[in-house]
Design a binder for this molecule. Sequence first.
Ligand code: ADE
Length: 222
Amino acid sequence: MKIDILTLFPNMFDGFLNESIIKRARDKNQVEINVYNIRDYSTNKHKKVDDYGFGGGRGMVLMPQPIFDAVESLKTDDSYVILMTPQGEKYNQKMAYTLKDKKHIIIICGHYEGFDERIRSLADIEISIGDYVLTGGEIPSMVITDSIVRLLDGVITKESYELESFNDELLDYPVYTKPVDFRGMKVPEVLLSGHHKNINEWRHNEQIKRTQARRPDLLEKR
Ligand code: ADE
């Protein structure tokens, strides 16, 4: 899988790409991630990428030319183009599972007060990571990339995510490690019993209880 990210702020990705699981996945060639500066594609002699919006009122608007040229230079028959915008479809785990099967993803990060409406025509999907507005699509693009990469074969163990929150529309069960008693807060007996059937039952019940208390909307979806 290859992920190409188009941004005006490539340095924002340094930490994200070079730490922890994403770094390891890149080092092992489980994913190729490239970050491209939209400005490099500007044909303007001053490398201009934005201008005032027609009709006034808003601030600077990203121009179509650099983004069209960037996408067209990277795109192949296997490409799937995502535009990050708070107006997009709200992201969830199911979408992460769909995206992990794409061969090539191009993510366009919007910025400033907005982008020229014609840029929308480049996208196969517009995605929002939630009902709040960030300064740009960079952090949202990292959120999407992270959620996809961890699902790729061999990046983390399958057990790490098969039972986790949002698979099966349930939140995760509680987990504990040593010590058995920490400041009077004890690990539930059943987890120390070694009785796998009881442990699985307890975990499933905890998932239901927790989902009911915190996210009843998920149970309704089930
Ligand atoms: N750009 C700014 N806010 C965003 C959001 N919530 N989701 C995706 N892209 C964004």
